[in-house]
Design a protein around this ligand. Structure first.
Ligand code: EPS
Length: 390
């Protein structure tokens, strides 16, 4: 059984972002307000640049839904770029004004960005052709796709949430993380910090970086609760769920490392300090009092919360610039600055949540199949009944 598939299209300053999600069964009721709530959450966060004051991301569904219920056909969505109005002359799909295009050309590539390698690969001398698609604006499309995946997961009793563990040097990236911590995160707070006592210091860290013309990364955690035992597989390398989640989170812009559970700290400890003991109670069956494995053993869910961390590098567009080369003269030149964020760590958590939700919804579809929600839920319930026999 195929799971969920999605694809996105769209340039950062083009007319809109397009999203197609394939594999959602018929008969899932979608809550558009809740889905748009995800879009709003991604736009929040201290340290964002001026663009977020222009955009008001809203999902427009154009296919696959009737009367608020999915039809089993591909779900097509659009998110408009309001900034397009300011970029038409340079970004029009058919008629580009040469002077405007020249004004918007990126002459000195940014170290850490896709600019140079992307230009060489696709043979685009105007690096705007690269940066427009490489831009993290695309994460709005991922959150729209993830919002659909989350609707399916809600229906199956699964919840995915996230928080910021650290920004630059402030916060503790290795602190234990549970779903309860996530439920206490204030999504309106400046950085969606898991520990409110350090949020003020995080804000100051962002202010310092901004004054310095610099940028910051950080670490986010994503937690999924309500998953049954047995998603993923230990028998094929590409079906191991930890590997699939890592790929999904690593694909988020500026994420350079991913860990599952206490993966990073565990590498420096003894086995006796790391592995979660197994206990059995007549009333509850098998369980583990700790969750250092982050809910995954052998690439398979074990019934505990799945805990993933994403490590985001500092954004590669710095107001102070970085050592680079002018593509026209081949002389040393500071990398160009254009309006950007100091940090997007608060948004990164929401985007990682979306990617995790998409993978989890996909493995649920692979395991429980069904063309309709009724059929899928029946299969899911049958499996849960089987597990109760253990
Ligand atoms: C981004 C640069 C900025 C960010 C953008 C990602 O855009 P602009 O160049 O238009 O100011 O605001 O993020 C978004 C637009 C968004 O929706 O998150 C980049 O270069 O990656």
């Amino acid at each position: 059984m195929k799971g969920l598939e999605f694809t996105t299209g769209g340039e950062s300053h083009g007319p809109s972002l397009s999203i197609i999600v394939r594999g959602i069964p018929a008969g899932l009721r979608l809550d558009l307000d809740r889905m748009n709530g995800e879009m709003t959450r991604r736009q929040h966060g201290y340290g964002r640049g001026g663009r977020m004051k222009i955009e008001q991301d809203r999902i427009e569904v154009t296919a696959g839904v009737r009367g608020g219920e999915t039809l089993g056909s591909p779900i097509a969505m659009t998110v408009r770029n309001r900034d397009w109005e300011n970029w038409k002359a340079a970004m029009d799909p058919w008629a580009v004004d040469e002077k405007e295009a020249e004004n918007r050309r990126l002459v000195s590539p940014r170290p850490g960005h896709a600019d140079l390698a992307g230009g060489q690969k696709y043979n685009r001398r105007d690096l705007r052709d690269v940066l427009e698609r490489a831009s993290a604006r695309e994460t709005a499309a991922r959150v729209a796709a993830g919002a659909v995946a989350k609707e399916l997961l809600y229906e199956l009793g699964v919840k995915v949430s996230s928080a910021t563990l650290s920004v630059g040097r402030v916060g503790d990236p290795n602190r234990p993380v549970t779903a309860k911590d996530m439920s206490e995160v204030d999504h309106e707070s400046p950085l969606r910090a898991i520990d409110r006592t350090v949020e003020g210091a995080m804000v100051e860290e962002v202010d310092r970086a901004k004054l310095d013309g610099n940028t910051l990364g950080g670490v986010v955690a994503v937690v999924a609760e309500g998953l049954p035992v047995g998603l993923g597989s230990y028998v094929h390398w590409d079906e191991k769920l930890d590997g699939r989640l890592a790929q999904a989170v690593m694909s988020v812009h500026a994420v350079k490392a991913v860990s599952i559970g206490d993966g990073v700290t565990a590498a420096g400890l003894f086995g006796s300090e790391v592995h979660d003991p197994i206990v059995h109670q007549k009333s509850k069956g098998f369980s583990r009092p700790t969750n250092r494995a982050g809910g995954l053993e052998g690439g398979v869910t074990n019934g505990k919360e799945v805990v993933i961390r994403g490590y985001m590098k500092p954004i590669s567009t710095l107001r102070r610039g970085l050592a680079s080369v002018n593509l026209d003269t081949r002389e040393p030149h500071r990398s160009q600055w254009e309006r950007s964020d100091v940090t997007a760590i608060a948004a990164c958590g929401v985007v990682c949540e979306a990617m995790v939700a998409l993978v989890l919804a996909s493995v649920m579809r692979e395991k429980f199949g069904g063309d309709s929600m009724v059929e899928m839920k029946r299969n899911f319930e049958g499996y849960r009944g089987q597990l109760r026999g253990w």
